[in-house]
Design a binder for this molecule. Structure first.
Ligand code: HEM
Length: 423
């Protein structure tokens, strides 16, 4: 019998503080140090195995070997995910709930959302012309929040959109935080859940009409495997699970705007309207800029992989950021090169900013098509329909803060709308 290999150990009483101080590089650095795609350490007071790379991603998304039950820390559930949402389910229950999301995000429904977002860009840019300058990230969060609420069937008054968008933003901003940022995220979630619960109750009492096919309708009337409606709190969590990540796309759009500033040749290419270019640009934004650092799951039952032994219950983290920058997969991974996606055949396990594997069968993000289409529409609008000046500002972003953003959140000045035909 071949003797088992020992998983390299990053010995330390607990590495949680190091994770917070090294951010997106925490897993990659140790993989480099141990010349290994796998190492073991202690995080959040428990033993954790960290994995990186395409082979590791294939393993991680094998549902027979990993389970999501008990994987997401309570602090993440109390801010980013919400409790008892799809992310915390497993097996048949997860599959059934996941289909709800897939239905709500059908290609037809996605088209409707993109139309709403395009309309919002038109409307908002008219207002921006009257302002001396705007903070793009803040404006895009509001714009997406309004479009996402309309699309899901959630009534929202224009004066409400700003603070609701800020609350969605605070939940996202809290995922890698301790201290005040965590508390702000937790309070924002409480407020938003209360708001959504009241809406679900109104729909169920026929006091509010939800358009058939909308997320509000489908989630409110969804029945679990036992034929029961979801408890109001869970329905609210799942509606937030649709709107919050749409608002989160503001981060990618802001990084996309940064790329347009830092690589002006990309603006020229977008203006040439080569049909394949917007997708390549968007894929590179999702690969290159840091957003989701890693995902976690627990070992379902003991197994051996590459002669390493995995024990039931162990928490395992897969490095999303590191895999998207892996030299074995990406030529010059630390350079922004949209053309790398020309003729590239991605597998479900190499470009994984929103998780890997299959969205229907597994835990991959069901909102990837929405993210890509919405980014394409937004980046095309920025490049082809707007002229603006970029004042002096701090556009640097940290690799330690999770999630991160350009420090100035991208300030644009003297915005002018341009008729598409002029470009
Ligand atoms: C900013 C863009 C987005 C990013 C970076 C992102 C990232 C992710 C990641 C990393 C996961 C976990 C994958 C895993 O566990 O293996 C995930 C899951 C999920 N995402 Fe997204 N996502 C985005 C946009 C969206 C959108 C637009 C929606 C819906 C409208 C959405 C809905 C969900 C849901 C419901 C899950 C849970 C899936 C499950 O547990 O099976 N996401 N996302």
């Amino acid at each position: 019998m071949i003797p088992r290999k020992k998983i390299p150990r990053d010995l330390c009483l607990d590495n949680t503080l190091k994770l917070l101080s090294e951010g997106y590089f925490f897993i990659t650095r140790r993989c480099k140090k141990y010349h290994s795609d796998i190492f073991q350490t202690r995080l959040f007071g428990q033993k954790v195995v960290c994995l990186s790379g395409v082979e590791a991603a294939k393993l991680f998304y094998d549902n027979n070997r990993f389970s999501r039950k008990g994987a997401a820390p309570k602090r993440v559930q109390k801010t980013l995910f919400g409790e008892k949402g799809v992310q915390t389910l497993d097996g048949a229950e997860h599959q059934h709930r996941k289909m709800l999301f897939i239905t709500v995000m059908s290609p037809d429904r996605t088209d409707q959302l993109i139309k709403l977002v395009k309309k919002q860009w038109q409307l908002k840019s008219k207002c921006w012309e009257k302002k001396e300058q705007i903070v793009l990230f803040d404006e895009v969060q509001i714009l997406l929040c309004e479009a996402a609420c309309r699309w899901t069937g959630i009534p929202i008054r224009p004066c409400e959109a700003k603070y609701r968008a800020q609350d969605f933003g605070k939940m996202i901003d809290a995922f890698g935080a301790a201290g005040p940022r965590y508390w702000q995220g937790k309070c924002a979630r409480k407020r938003t859940e209360k708001w959504m619960e009241a809406i679900v109750d109104k729909v169920r009492c026929n006091q509010l009409a939800a358009p058939v096919g909308s997320a509000l309708y489908e989630i409110t009337w969804h029945r679990d495997l036992n034929g029961c409606l979801l408890p109001t709190e869970v329905a609210a969590v799942e509606i937030i699970n649709v709107i919050r990540p749409i608002v989160a796309i503001a981060t990618y759009i802001t990084f996309g705007a940064l790329a347009l500033i830092e690589y002006p040749e990309c603006v020229k290419k977008l203006r040439k309207k080569v049909p394949s270019y917007p997708l390549m640009f968007v894929q590179e934004v999702r690969r290159f800029y840091p957003f989701g650092p890693f995902v976690g799951a627990r070992v379902r039952k003991d197994f051996i992989w590459k002669n390493y032994s995995f024990q039931k219950g162990t928490l395992v983290l897969l490095d999303l950021f590191g895999t998207n920058h892996d030299r074995r997969l990406w030529f010059l991974p630390n350079r922004f090169i949209p053309e790398r996606f020309q003729n590239r055949k991605d597998t479900p396990f190499d470009l994984i900013p929103q998780g890997g594997g299959d969205a229907k069968e597994g835990n991959r993000c069901p909102g990837e098509a929405i993210t890509i289409e919405l980014m394409k529409a937004s980046i095309k609008f920025l490049a082809n329909h707007l002229d603006y000046d970029v004042p002096c500002q701090d556009l640097r972003y940290s690799y330690v803060r999770m999630p991160t953003l350009p420090k100035s959140r991208v300030i644009l000045k003297n915005i002018r709308r341009i008729a598409a035909t002029n470009k």
